[in-house]
Design a protein around this ligand. Structure first.
Ligand code: NDP
Length: 293
């Protein structure tokens, strides 16, 4: 199976489908990532705040793959914002991942109540990029107005904004802003993981429209959603700890959705996010120390 390759705004390339490890317990991460690498994934998404970067590093080393063969992406947590703290945040993540260079480093959240710290953290990413410590830099959960302010006040246009995108929450306006600035949209909860625990509404995995499309192609709902992301030019980072699902989520390169099917999925947007409102994330309620390596 061949993964679709995407090119960032600085010409760095990455496999469109990556492997997510949010909520993967630290002691199960190396096994899950090893399974993903066996299945063919060559792009892993973790974060300092997932407390499992060391497991990712362990699996990378054990795989025997050359460092250049796997695209490694991680995110700095808000507790490490500010210029010097973010530089040190990179050192902590790189040491846990056991890599010299990180392929893509993101700011995990905008801190709207302390945007000064957010901007300084981004300036640290710019410095790390200039020094060759990271191959690309970006952000996550940046809403349109926050992204606009970042673009105005910093030098390097982020390569990526990793945001919640699945059929129930599509953020088309934000995606259009990304396209205007050549920022790649990377979908978190791409198969609607965040909708599983929703209030009464069936999760995207149980949605009838998606189920019917899946039946027509002899594919699963998860595969249909991943194909929808690929067709619309996004990167997507599905998570699983189950080998069969890890393989299933990578088996998405041999079928195509029709224009009508894509439109039917587009029509499922509710405009309601599953995750927290990004502006509600503050140091007071979400701050937590990120341990040294
Ligand atoms: P996903 O959309 O990837 O869904 C994951 C959930 O679906 C898990 O409960 C998993 O369970 C289950 N699942 C996986 N594959 C299948 C399948 N084929 N059929 C049925 N169920 C399946 O949601 P996530 O929220 O985990 O998002 C993916 C990644 O995005 C994260 O791991 C993380 O890397 C990133 N992320 C980033 C955020 C940010 O703020 N930047 C926020 C949230 C996520 P099981 O493991 O038991 O298979």
């Amino acid at each position: 199976m061949t993964n679709t390759t995407l090119t960032l705004n600085n010409e760095v390339t990455l496999p469109a489908i990556g492997f997510g490890v949010f909520q993967t317990p630290a002691d199960e991460t190396a096994t899950a990532v090893a399974e993903a690498l066996r299945a063919g994934y060559r792009h892993i998404d973790t974060a300092a705040a997932y407390f499992n970067e060391a497991g990712v590093g362990k699996a990378l080393r054990a795989s025997g793959l050359d460092r250049s063969e796997v695209f490694v992406e991680t995110k700095l947590w808000i507790s490490d914002y500010g210029y010097d703290a973010a530089l040190h945040g990179f050192e902590k993540s790189a040491a846990k991942l056991d890599v010299e260079q990180i392929d893509l480093l993101l700011l995990h959240q905008p801190l709207t109540t302390r945007f000064d710290l957010t901007l300084d953290a981004y300036r640290a990413l710019e410095k790390l990029y200039a020094d060759g410590k990271v191959r690309a830099i970006g952000v996550s959960n940046f809403m349109p107005e926050v992204l606009a302010e970042l673009l105005e006040k910093t030098e390097i246009v982020p390569a990526v904004n990793q945001i919640e995108v699945h059929p129930y929450f599509q953020q088309r306006e934000l995606q259009a802003l990304h396209a205007e600035h050549n920022i790649l949209t990377q979908a978190w909860s791409p198969i609607g993981g965040v909708t599983i625990y929703g209030d009464g509404q069936k999760s995207t995995l149980e949605n009838e429209t998606i189920g019917q499309i899946a039946d027509r192609h002899s594919k699963s709902p998860a595969q249909v959603m991943l194909r929808w992301h690929l067709r619309q030019g996004r990167s997507a980072i599905p998570k699983s700890i189950k080998p069969a699902r890890i393989a299933e989520n990578f088996d998405v390169f041999d079928f195509e959705l029709s224009t009508d099917e894509l439109a039917a999925i587009d029509a499922l947007d509710t405009g309601v996010r599953g995750g927290p409102e990004p502006s509600a994330i503050t140091l007071e309620n979400y701050g937590m120390p990120i341990p040294e390596a």
